[in-house]
Structures are given as structure tokens and as C-alpha cells.
Design a protein around this ligand. Structure first.
Ligand code: WTA
Length: 648
């Protein structure tokens, strides 16, 4: 049995509000159909036309070269510079004095940079890098808090043709070191520290530990933010402000080949060491530009806030490159959502009149737990569009987002994509698509997904299977840094010619996609393959549950049995009665088949830093075996210990 059962039934529909559709960039179904059709039937024409909207320094001569698949070349022969796409074109036009970045620190300090100012700061930063000997082709690690210099540093690298490798500032020294080594980075850009949950979180000590004894790293460039004391290695360490005040604020952008490396971004595989995902310049910029424009229905007066950290791909594409390529005003926030109080995000939306808000389901569920009265205290009337990304959003959380944050006015775009895909691939278009809670809906322009079984045979409506992409797209990964085999093996071997996403999904009769989660997480109960997401979704729909993670554990009778880790709401009693009630609830919602064999209560779940539940670890706990593999991305190590302890 190779299919994944589909057990979740969702019949609610939310068409775009009429006034939203009337003003939208794309507001009529026919327009979506026409553009989508054109993008598949005449891809060269479609992508060629979009591609030419960017300011190339030398025009491309060919849209796609797929002759050496799976190694794609997009916009062949073209030259451009990503920082010039984001800055120079706007500075030369009417957006020069438009706000580019509206930043707020956790303590409440703010900074605003217009396009002209951002351009100047990026040039300054680029000249500092040059002064330290950084050159085209180098790889530079960026280990930064959420301050404007994080974006400035990325753009400065791009400006001089160095590739950045941003490592999330919450990672430990060994994770940073591993990434510096793998990418062959020759410099590290960091800060002394930043403000997080009311305290200073130091960054420099992790960098010192990470680069210790590494001859390849000639420079550690330190931006001053928190003014906490730091250790200093003479010759290697440089304060950014010392050099920054000595260099010019003009720096011509390097003409980069469309296929030159723009950045590496590490993503953890299910096993083994992290993979350095390779993104190049032209195709990535086209994908970032187009998706930001259409998915977020971007207009000049919008204030766009993507709450991701720049250390994730979402931060790359939808804080930095996509919004800036479109000349948007973006909000960037340094701190935690509950510092100094749980209303911080809503306060920021209120204060900065945010109109488009993009966040993750894990955050939404946390806000739900904090209660409706928190957002109710703020004026959220500036919002007109909401987005979600990172994992399947359970309908419960979707509905809460819709009612409590969107106040039933704002469409929600549930956007499916991956670090590897570079930009959003399956998503509603907010002026056109009638959304359904839990569905990422339809493919974006130029994307041709399919649901297949083990052998690559396409499945019918509502049959769960593997999600593949049948043709290349501009912002696709170009490889895994230093590991061609792993790239071919991991993404292209299972279904030759098609990209294997690693996700399970189903497509309904209207062609909407419902992502079921990572296929590694699928549970097989008596030959029925169930998606963890659907069982979790049913659990979370129970009034007393706030979060749930479901895994399979070996079972002599059924092959695998369902083990659910459950977090209950404030004031609820996690007892045997509730255990039984939850089992019944799932059996009732989905069917007896999905009835959990075991329910374990926990006050937190192990998650990666980007908020994804680490089911691999839970599987080990459920099976009672020692945890193996990489835990460097685990958010809270103590959770693991606690979950284990609860077994005793
Ligand atoms: C999951 C984040 C369901 C999926 C941009 C994917 C989603 C993985 C969604 C990539 C969504 C992301 N609905 N699942 N809207 N968005 N995912 O590389 O399993 O951090 O393969 O990129 O997250 O995670 P990554």
C-alpha cells in the first residue's frame, strides 16, 4: 500500500472579499487561469517577459537551459546584481525617499532607512568588506541578530559578488563552525549581542568558539548593537563602525552572471549533516520578485511584515530580496513576540500600520494559547492580508487567525515552499482564490506539481501520495554545496526528471493541494498510511489541547501504533480521563484506525529553531530508544530530557 490515507474533511470556503478582489493585482479567476496556462504552455515567453522586468546589466539570451538536468541554468548569459535590483533601480526613481526598512528593537528603539539611505549603508558595508580583502566568489558567514545590518550585510555581499551564508543567530557555536567549514567561509559578520526577552543575548562568544583555530577565517566583523563586553582577537576582529567611518559610501555593483552563486543556506536533512542549499542570482531574484508581488498582492503603500528570522529562507526571500526588489516598505523586529508583553506583535502592527503580515503556524498556535484578549487590545484595522508558512496550518489555527487577527476581513495565503524551492510554489492568490482552511490551494505560475505513488504513477483526486514537481522553475536550488551526489540522490533519483519534495500531499477534485507533511513522518497502522498532520489537527481541534505531535512506534499487532504527545491549555488537567477523551475524540473525528494507542502529556514539544516539530526525536522516545542523529537544531534541549523523564 503506497498511498497515504486522507481523513481530514474540510468544507469551509472563503472567497476573496469583494473589495479586496476589486483592487487586487489579480482579481479575476480568468486572469489566473490565463496566466497559469501561458506559464506552462509557453514558459520561455512567460519567464522571459517577467525576467526582463528586472534591471539586467547585460540581457540574457536564453531563458532556460535544462539540457544538463538536474542542473538548470536560467536566464543564460544575463548579468545582474541582486543588490542593484533591490536598491539602485529604486534610488534612481521616485522611490528614493520611500521607507525601505522600518526596524524596531526589542526595547522599543526604532530606525527607519529610506531606499537612498539603505543604498548608502549597503555601499558602505560593501566597501568595508572590500577593505578587509573580501572579493567576488568568496563565501561569507553572517551570524546576526535581527537588526538592519543583517539585511545590509547580505546585500553588501551580493553587491561585491561574495556569497553569503546566513546562520541563524540562535544556533550554537558547533553548528556555526560546521557551516563555516562546509561552506569554506573566509569571514564572519556578527554583532556583539542583541536584546531578546529583556536580556542581552551575546553572539560574539559563539563566533569566537566557532572560528577558533580556523585559519580560513581572516576576519570577524562585529557590528555594535547591545554594547555588551566582548573578547577580542587582534588582527582578526574588527568593529564595523571603526572601518565604516573610513570608507566611501559609493560602491559600484559587480556584474554577476545569472548563474553565479548568490547564497548558501543550510537546511537540516532528516539525518546526517546539514545541507548547504545553493541559490544563484538571476532565477532566484526573478522568483523572489514575482511571488512577492502576486502572492502578497503588493502595492506601493503597503507595509509588509514577515516575522521570520533572516537565518531562514523565509527571511531571505520575504524580508530581504522579494520586498526590496519590489520597492516595498518592510518591517523588521529584533525581539521575541512576548517581550516585554504578549501583545508585542499586535502592538507593532498597530504602531507601524502593517498591512500585510506573514508568519508561521507555530507562532499562530502560541498566540491562540495566550488568548484572544491580547490582540483585542490593539487596532489591527491596517491589516488587509495575512500569510502562513513553514508547516501545514491546522484548520483550528487558520480559523483563529482569520477571526481574531484578520477580523474576518483579510484573506489568508497559506504558502507552501521550501529552502530548496527558493520562493513560494503552491499558494492562493488572494484576490482570486477561494481559500479553505488547511489547503495551500493551487500552483503558482510556471509550477507543475503532481501527486504520485511509489512508482511515479499519478494518483486520482483525494488520494494521498508524494508531491513532485514536474518541471524546473527559476528559483530552484542549483545543488547542494560540495555534494553533487546527495543533490541527485535526494531530489531527483526517486522520480527521474521530476523534483521530489519529500512531502506528502493530496489534490482534491478542484485541483487544490493539501499538504500532509514530510513523508518521513507518515505512520503506517495496519497497512494504512496516515499523515501525522491530520491526526494532530484533530487533536488540536479539541478544546483542551493547544498543541500535539503524533508519531508512530513499533507495534507487534499493527506494525505501527500512534503515539501522541499533547500539550494542554492553561488550567486544564492532564489526567487519564482526558487521555481517554482525546482517544475517543480522534476516533470520532477521523475513524477508529487513527485512534492513538498512547497519549503522553508534555508542557512543550521539541522543535527546530524555525518552529518545526522534531518528530524524529519523538519517534525515538515513543519507541524507547536512544536518540541518534543531529540535535543541533533543537530549540530547547531540556524538553528532550523532560520527555524522557516522564517515561520513568
Ligand atoms: C513544510 C520553509 C504545509 C513542508 C519555507 C516543506 C509547509 C518544509 C508549508 C520546508 C505550508 C512549508 N503547508 N507545509 N504552507 N510551508 N511547509 O525548508 O514540509 O524551512 O517541505 O522552508 O516545510 O521547510 P523550509
Amino acid at each position: 500500500m503506497s498511498q497515504i490515507e486522507n481523513v481530514l474533511h474540510e468544507n469551509r470556503h472563503f472567497p476573496p472579499p469583494r473589495d479586496f478582489a476589486a483592487k487586487a493585482r489579480l482579481g479575476r479567476e480568468e486572469d489566473y487561469q490565463r496566466m497559469y496556462k501561458a506559464s506552462l504552455e509557453k514558459p520561455d515567453e512567460f519567464w522571459g517577459r517577467i525576467g526582463r522586468e528586472l534591471p539586467w546589466m547585460q540581457p540574457f539570451t536564453k531563458v532556460l537551459d535544462w539540457s544538463n538536468a538536474p542542473f538548470a541554468k536560467w536566464f543564460v548569459g544575463g548579468k545582474l546584481n541582486a543588490s542593484a535590483v533591490c536598491l539602485d533601480q529604486h534610488v534612481l526613481g521616485p522611490r528614493a525617499h520611500k521607507r525601505a526598512i522600518v526596524w524596531e528593537g526589542e526595547p522599543g528603539d526604532t530606525r527607519t532607512l529610506t531606499y537612498a539611505e539603505l543604498h548608502m549603508e549597503v555601499c558602505r558595508f560593501a566597501n568595508v568588506l572590500k577593505a578587509r580583502g573580501v572579493k567576488k566568489g568568496d563565501r561569507i558567514a553572517i551570524y546576526m541578530p535581527m537588526i538592519p545590518e543583517a539585511a545590509i550585510a547580505m546585500l553588501a555581499c551580493a553587491r561585491i559578488g561574495a556569497a553569503h551564508s546566513v546562520v541563524f543567530g540562535g544556533f550554537a557555536a558547533h553548528a556555526l563552525r560546521e557551516r563555516i567549514l562546509d561552506g569554506g567561509c573566509t569571514a564572519v559578520i556578527t554583532a556583539d549581542g542583541s536584546f531578546r526577552r529583556g536580556a542581552v543575548q551575546a553572539l560574539k562568544p559563539q563566533v569566537d568558539e566557532a572560528v577558533q583555530g580556523l585559519a580560513q577565517v581572516h576576519t570577524v566583523l562585529v557590528v555594535q548593537r547591545a554594547k555588551n563586553p566582548v573578547d577580542w582577537v587582534k588582527g582578526r576582529d574588527v568593529w564595523y563602525h571603526d572601518l565604516g567611518s573610513q570608507v566611501s559610501v559609493e560602491c559600484a555593483p559587480e556584474a554577476m552572471d545569472s548563474e553565479d552563486l548568490l547564497f548558501l543556506l543550510y537546511t537540516s536533512g532528516s539525518t546526517g549533516k546539514p545541507k548547504g542549499i545553493v541559490h544563484t542570482t538571476g532565477g532566484y531574484m526573478v522568483g523572489a520578485y514575482l511571488t512577492t508581488q502576486y502572492v502578497f498582492d503588493l502595492r506601493d503603500e503597503d507595509v509588509f511584515w514577515c516575522t521570520a528570522d533572516v537565518g531562514w529562507v523565509t527571511g531571505h526571500t520575504y524580508i530581504v530580496y522579494g520586498p526590496l526588489a519590489n520597492g516595498a516598505t518592510l518591517v523588521m523586529y529584533e525581539g521575541a513576540p512576548n517581550a516585554p508583553h504578549q501583545g508585542r506583535f499586535w502592538e507593532l502592527i498597530d504602531k507601524h500600520r502593517v498591512s500585510v503580515f506573514y508568519t508561521a503556524p507555530t507562532a499562530i498556535r502560541t498566540f491562540m494559547r495566550w488568548g484572544d484578549d491580547v490582540p483585542a487590545r490593539y487596532d489591527l484595522s491596517s491589516l488587509r492580508l495575512l500569510g502562513s508558512v513553514g508547516e501545514p496550518i491546522n484548520p483550528e489555527a487558520w480559523m483563529w487567525y482569520h477571526r481574531t487577527i484578520g477580523r474576518e476581513r483579510c484573506p489568508i495565503v497559506d504558502t507552501w515552499w521550501q529552502t530548496e524551492t527558493g520562493s513560494i510554489l503552491i499558494t492562493p492568490l488572494p484576490g482570486v482564490t477561494s481559500t479553505q482552511p488547511g489547503s495551500a490551494t493551487r500552483p503558482f505560475f510556471g509550477i507543475e506539481p503532481a501527486i504520485v505513488d511509489e512508482h511515479g504513477t499519478e494518483l486520482g483526486p483525494n488520494q494521498g501520495g508524494y508531491l513532485v514537481l514536474k518541471r524546473p522553475w527559476p528559483s530552484m536550488l542549483r545543488g547542494i554545496w560540495g555534494n553533487e551526489e546527495r543533490f541527485k540522490e535526494g531530489y531527483w533519483k526517486k522520480y527521474p526528471g521530476w523534483y521530489f519534495t519529500g512531502d506528502g500531499a493530496r489534490k482534491d477534485e478542484k485541483g487544490f493541494y493539501w499538504i500532509l507533511g514530510r513523508v518521513d513522518d507518515v505512520i503506517n497502522v495496519s497497512g494504512h498510511r496516515l499523515s501525522t498532520m491530520e491526526v494532530e489537527s484533530a487533536l488540536v481541534a479539541h478544546a483542551q489541547v493547544v498543541e500535539a505531535a503524533v508519531v508512530g512506534r513499533p507495534d507487534a499487532m499493527t506494525g505501527q501504533a500512534i503515539c501522541a504527545f499533547v500539550t494542554v491549555g492553561k488550567g486544564e488537567t492532564p489526567d487519564d480521563a482526558l487521555r481517554e477523551a482525546l482517544k475517543e475524540h480522534v476516533a470520532h473525528e477521523i475513524g477508529k484506525l487513527a485512534r492513538p494507542a498512547e497519549i503522553r502529556f508534555t508542557d512543550a514539544l521539541p522543535k527546530t529553531r524555525s518552529g518545526k516539530i522534531m518528530r524524529r526525536l519523538l519517534r525515538d522516545i515513543a519507541a524507547g530508544v536512544e536518540t541518534v542523529g543531529d540535535t543541533s537544531t533543537l530549540e530547547d534541549y531540556t524538553i528532550l530530557a523532560r520527555l524522557r523523564h516522564d517515561e520513568d
